[in-house]
Design a binder for this molecule. Sequence first.
Ligand code: SF4
Length: 389
Amino acid sequence: MQRPRSLYLHVPFCPQICPYCDFHKLRRHDELVERYVTRVAWEAAREAERSPGSLDTLYIGGGTPSHLRDDELDLVLAALTRAFGGLGARETTLEADPNTFDRARAQRWRDAGITRLSIGLQSTDDAILRFLGRGHDARAGLAAIDAALAAGMIVSADLIAAVPGQDARSDLERVAATGVQHVSVYTLTIEPFTPFARRGVDVDDERAADDYEAADEILSAAGLARYEVSNHARAGYESVHNAVYWRGDPWLALGPSAAGFEAPTADDPPAVRGVRTRRPPIKAWLAGVEPERTLVDGPTLALELLMTGLRTRVGVDLERLRARTGIDVEERYRAQLEAARTRGLLARDGVRLHASARGIMVLNAVLRPFFAAEAELEGSVEHAPRPSH
Ligand code: SF4
């Protein structure tokens, strides 16, 4: 596996805590942020020592990274620049809450080397935004997009679909009209132990499927083609960083609860094809607790790569997958592939395996027999993790 050329930094501080969210987040206070910034600088230097060289992509996510003050973000960017000789050469993304910036601040970020803002718009309807517990209203959300575009940023707007009472078509039409280069549409999911789960908020699966189709229809008509199950972009504006996750390339992680993916070390057993790392939540992270390492063998990695790659328009390069995992998918899952092909859910085009439009919608069900076959072959197998936040 090549050395990681991408880095994910987790900033856990948020201006409000949304009732559907299960990410690692907390409210800020200055002393805690100061300790966080110091520790990030230390971690960046250490990671750069372990994996020297420049970065292609840097993704600063959270949490709400734009909730850092200018001086705090400057310190973080300076530490990353010192460690890696610069920010992402191809792409540097910052997740931003609409209430945290105006055009001047976006311009400041642009001057500091941020090239892309991922803005948590979520909806353009005030009632839905209130239901989601967001701190901004529709006017502030749309104004933030205008400000970011005017500052010369590439802008990705995040929308949440299938929210009870939402008119998703109206949200999609309004966001398409803003001129953003990228839109991510995520179905509301009710995660265990969140306030929404406790309140019994329910997501209607049919509604989610309708919103998914509406996203494809409305955004494609506006020139934003779907290139991954939740992501739509104008040509040339697809996320370079997220493609690293979907292809199963390695990336470094910094910050509390951040997840990374790395090559095995010489001390790992020979069957290991990759190592998932997960840093602890902030208290343990500040105390210096090391990341947890999960060893991934060839068959597990092959299933993970099918799971993420088949959600993308480019599909999965089976030759590359074989080189990475040692697994010949055609041979190992012959019967399962044949069944999915016969039903028009998967198709092969040269070395690439693709899911059809219908196949993508029911991908978990399409791949279930692959996992079952693997469990029979190996005794047990881990399921693919959620993509990193
Ligand atoms: S959804 Fe975003 S802004 Fe809301 S609590 Fe979670 S990380 Fe923070």
